[in-house]
Design a protein around this ligand. Sequence first.
Ligand code: DGL
Length: 264
Amino acid sequence: MSARLLVFDSGIGGLSVLREIRRQLPSAEIAYVADDAAFPYGDWEAGPLSDHIVALMGQLIERHRPDAVVIACNTASTLVLPPLRARHAIPFIGTVPAIKPAAERSKSGVVGVLATPGTMKRDYTRELIRSFANGCHIRLVGSSELAPLAEAVMRGESVADAAIRTEIEPAFIEVDGRRTDTIVLACTHYPFLIDRLERVAPWPVEWIDPAEAIARRVLSVLKLAREADGVPMRPGRAFLTSGHAWPRQLAPVLAGMGLEGDFS
Ligand code: DGL
């Protein structure tokens, strides 16, 4: 018996984590829930956002009865893991800014963190920097625009390079003659923009996407071994909290990840 997972985000960003879970555990039974009714989370105040997610998660757990929940959202994970763990006995695997691996990999010691404004403000994020930045200079950049831009790109809408460049440029800095050489993608939406990010970046950097590590963590929490390549994907389902149908442009993306859904 493989695991029954609930993978959760405010929008389509969590699919970047789900994609890695699929690679490592294709037989998992997955329900993907995007809280589009409340998207984007980035500009919500912490208190109301926490109350909202805790209440919603109660309903989702009752409905989907997962063995574990993956909070595939930095804005949520840096806030709601403690109250969720206090209320529910099942494991919650979160997604938090990959500051530690970035600080370990950076040669220049100048690291950018691209996140939402919410993640940028969190005590949790500040604490990660205090504990793991290893003397690196960390430039935290909170963008309200980048996650909605990623959603637009995923829907096949045209998004100007300049719009993306404006959002990421503040992460590219020079400190005492050393330049940013590593950037943490601290929002699960951003890996879907990777080709565009590479194209508009003022100079080449290493982009850190934690999805693979999160998928490994899911396996380790559930005490499951990585499945062999070629194991068929068990069909799962994708839901929107608004009750709307998914934009039909996303049908191939969801199908590629073994997810069915209602499309417009
Ligand atoms: N994908 C989410 C994250 O990882 C946030 C996007 C949003 O709702 O603002 O932070």
